[in-house]
Design a protein around this ligand. Structure first.
Ligand SMILES: C[S@@+](CC[C@H](N)C(=O)[O-])C[C@H]1O[C@@H](n2cnc3c(N)ncnc32)[C@H](O)[C@@H]1O
Length: 736
């Protein structure tokens, strides 16, 4: 690749690491080299000499765009078919300025062909009509959560976790939440296109950065789940979660997890292709400084897992100090764990084995190395700071640890970012060297000294007396994570925790009873799992539904101790009815799939695509504007919340491969679709190939304006993320 002085912007790498990641750096292509990085990774021998140049050249090229078709299995399947059958054929044989453009391709290793990649530059996406249309479709489906813009390699950790609907799962470092979404989808594998299951399992998504937990809440709102909880804690000191135990009400057990994801904060040099600022700043201290925190998070996870569970540890760093060295310390600390051989999984995925030797350095220039920790210590004067621990070096028993079972993905293997994944499980008791290793085991004191996990409560016993749980304030680390030996003084910030309490309503609560009666919710609706979030514990604005395990957790733990930021999913919200009637609770668009399996089918109105078209085209179409028999049906309904089903089939305007079920609001003389603008636009695009909504038509008119008069609203990546963050469920209620 020819080098020139073209500028490439990028967010600084580092995934929630200790130096922040929000600065924008602009690096010219001629600056895409770094002697320290070169020297360090050559020393590690991560890449054979004959492919080194290929590796380096790939690091300098921008990443292709990758995305994953998200949502429940059935929804994803139908969106994927649309891409495969409509968009891809239209993008074949497309020329731009005389050059052929490659159409999107499926990532060969991703299950069911649900992940895609295409390599078309941004200006082309804006100008080439077919790609522009495809891009518009992608943006629209991303906004409603059916597509997730995610780096290919970042899709891997949840795949290796093999989550099933009954699993209790924790995502220790979850924000902004792309992997959380994958985990939720796996928990909801039994959902249909129109209805959400109430999985028996659990997903706790945790992040120590309070602001980022809100991103997490926003992301996961796209797959509403009664099984989701979000907590805001330092994962390295994650407290015990208690659940009811045995028959005695006074007894609780520690919740142990079946699946744990430790997608830890890291230096992020595997993301150098999109975060070009890393070229300038990379130095070995970035990884050295994070090693201790990474160990503490993984070791904490090991203490929270049940006997048959599985942990996936991952980073987007190539540095063995953040990868194999962390695994080695963790295995030394808990020798009852072993690395799982996953070499036969995803055979199309090109990968390299984990390293069994590496060479840490405390030298910023990455020139001076010591073979052993002792040699390093001997080199220091009494006033030199000790920047590295013994755990930075390969342990003496490195050959016994099966570190080659770790997975290293290098960018040049299949045109991706760089990534590291390790899968851990507990050894079976009968395994030959289990007892031996257990005896030899180092005590947990091997966890890097200065920063040992400060556990809120020690958790060696698996059952706890209720009275034991003194509520203790937890000191949280600041948004950038705990400081590390390399990075100066520890900064710990105590956050205020201002969340409202979680109160379960009595199943005979009058407001809840009205909601149940209005939609004729059938027996089996989990009415004792409805909670509210306000100081009085009354049904004031929103009602949330949780599953049983989430209820048990809330009932047995002080929500401030576990810094519970959200739980379950919002299903009903109070709706003012204007001058037409009294306020009432309506089922929310995102809550409907959860409630739908319990709604008496006789209360659901049915109509065709022509009805839907009218509802999409105007905010508050008059009841009189609909065709019979729907017109008479809706006119006979009371003011308030109703449900509309459009059954699958072939209609004059569109073919539906599956039913569509939506909440509507009836006013005196008009009705409205109670879903947000973006969901309406996406639905319209999916059905009719164009956006016929009021907002869509306005946007189109704006696009047809002369370029000089247009605002720049072509959202990409981070801008989109910000926009998503701000987007609220703005629903318009008819005011006639
Ligand atoms: C690599 S990112 C996680 C990315 C996320 N898994 C995803 O796929 O979207 C690392 C996250 O760890 C968080 N973090 C940093 N220190 C932490 C700690 N001590 N405990 C929990 N989370 C921490 C950061 O705020 C950051 O969001």
């Amino acid at each position: 690749m020819g080098r020139n002085n073209k500028k490439r912007g990028g967010r600084r790498g580092g995934r929630g690491g200790s130096r922040g990641d929000t600065r924008t750096d602009v690096v010219t292509e001629s600056e895409m080299s770094n002697d320290r990085l070169n020297s360090y990774y050559k020393k590690q021998q991560i890449i054979p000499d004959d492919t080194w140049e290929d590796f380096m050249q790939t690091l300098r090229r921008p990443l292709p765009t990758t995305f994953r078709v998200a949502g429940s299995r059935q929804t994803a399947k139908s969106i994927n078919e649309l891409i495969q059958n409509n968009y891809v054929p239209s993008l074949k044989d497309v020329l731009f300025e005389g050059q052929p453009l490659p159409p999107p391709e499926q990532l060969p290793w991703y299950p069911e062909g649900l992940a895609w990649q295409f390599n078309v530059a941004k200006p082309v996406l804006r100008k080439q009509p077919e790609f522009k249309k495809f891009h518009y479709f992608l943006v629209s489906e991303t906004e409603v959560g059916n597509i997730s813009r995610q780096e290919a390699v970042s899709m891997l950790p949840p795949l290796f976790l093999d989550v099933l609907p009954h699993h209790k799962v924790i995502d220790m470092c979850a924000a902004p939440g792309s992997k959380t979404a994958q985990l939720l989808e796996a928990l909801h594998a039994d959902d249909t296109v129109t209805s959400t299951s109430v999985p028996p399992g659990l997903l706790i998504a945790n992040d120590s950065d309070q602001k980022r937990t809100h991103l997490l809440i926003h992301q996961s709102a796209r797959l509403p789940s009664p099984a989701l909880m979000v907590t805001n804690l330092d994962a390295s000191i994650y407290p015990i979660i208690k659940i009811s135990g045995g028959n005695s009400k006074r007894h609780t057990n520690q919740l142990l997890f079946d699946r744990i994801l430790c997608d830890v904060p890291c230096s992020g040099d595997g993301t150098i292709r999109k975060n070009s600022g890393i070229w300038r700043k990379w130095q070995p201290g970035d990884g050295n400084g994070l090693h201790a925190l990474q160990v503490r998070i993984l070791v904490r996870a090991m203490r929270m897992m049940n006997a048959s569970g599985r942990i996936v540890y991952s980073t987007c760093s190539l540095n063995p100090v953040e990868n194999e060295a962390v695994i080695a310390v963790a295995l030394k600390t808990y020798p009852e764990y072993e690395l799982v051989d996953v070499s036969s999984r995803y055979p199309e995925l090109k990968r390299c084995p984990g390293l069994t030797s590496w060479a840490p350095t405390a030298d910023k220039a990455a020139e001076k190395y010591f073979d052993t920790y002792q040699e390093y210590r001997d080199s220091l004067s009494s006033t030199d700071p000790v920047k590295l621990t013994e755990g930075h070096w390969p342990p003496s028993n490195v050959a016994d640890l099966n570190l080659t079972r770790c997975i290293r993905i290098y960018p040049h293997l299949q045109d991706t970012g760089g990534f590291f994944v390790a899968v851990l499980q507990k050894r079976q008791q009968g395994e030959p060297d289990f007892k031996e290793r257990k005896r030899e085991a180092a005590e947990p004191s091997d966890v890097p000294d200065a920063k040992k996990p400060r556990l809120a409560q020690e958790d060696t016993a698996d059952s706890i007396d209720v009275d034991e749980h003194a509520v203790q304030p937890i000191t949280q680390t600041g948004p950038t994570g705990p400081e590390t030996p390399e990075e100066g003084d520890a900064k710990t910030i105590s956050y205020d925790f201002k969340e409202n309490p979680y109160t379960f309503l009595s199943s005979t609560d009058p407001i809840l009873t009205t909601c149940i009666n209005r939609l004729k919710l059938m027996d089996g609706f989990p009415s004792s799992n409805i909670l509210v979030r306000n100081p009085g514990g009354d049904a004031v604005r929103s009602l949330y539904l949780t599953n049983d395990i989430v209820k048990t957790i809330i009932s047995n733990n002080d929500y401030t101790r576990i810094r519970l930021t959200t739980a379950g999913t919002k299903v009903f919200a109070k709706q003012e009815a204007g001058k037409d009637g009294d306020a009432q609770f309506r089922v929310l668009g995102e809550g409907l799939p959860v409630v739908l399996p319990y709604i008496d089918p006789s209360t659901i109105m049915e109509s065709g695509v022509s009805t839907l078209r009218i509802l999409l085209k105007a905010y508050h179409p008059a009841c009189a504007s609909f065709e019979e028999p729907f017109r008479s049906q809706i006119e006979s309904k009371s003011i308030g919340n109703h449900i509309l089903r459009v059954p699958s089939g072939t209609y004059a305007a569109a073919t539906l491969s599956h039913d569509i079920v939506l909440p509507i609001w009836k006013s005196n003389v008009s009705i409205s679709l109670m879903v947000d603008k973006k969901a309406k636009s996406a639905l319209s695009l999916r059905l009719f190939g164009i956006d016929i909504t009021v907002a869509g038509v306005a946007a189109q008119q704006q696009k047809n304006m002369p370029a000089s008069e247009q605002p720049d609203n072509d959202m990409e990546g981070e801008e989109l993320e910000k926009e998503e963050e701000l987007q609220q469920d703005k629903l318009l209620v008819p005011s006639d």
